[in-house]
Write a protein that binds this ligand. Sequence first.
Ligand SMILES: [Zn+2]
Ligand SMILES: [Zn+2]
Length: 99
Amino acid sequence: MMFFFIVGLNQRVTQVLKSRAGKCTRCGSSADLVQYEKVLRFYFVPIMRWPGKEPLMKCRDCSNFFPHSFSPVATTACQSCASNVDAAFKFCPFCGSSI
Ligand SMILES: [Zn+2]
Ligand SMILES: [Zn+2]
């Protein structure tokens, strides 16, 4: 199947929206929330590119792309009450202290 060696479709990250926004669904490493574009290549030459519809998560380790909704939310432990809190929060919803 020569076709697949000549023409390839890649996903390329154009902008990191939020670093370490979640975890990889495949290997569990930190994943970034990224804006991406799709690039169609012909003999390694990009011939067409168009932006992705919505941001995706991209793993730092295995370069796995997956939808944000698939990712478990990154959590951090509250300093005061030791609850698991969404890492994006500035204040603990359980005890109200800053994180
Ligand atoms: Zn991964
Ligand atoms: Zn707390």
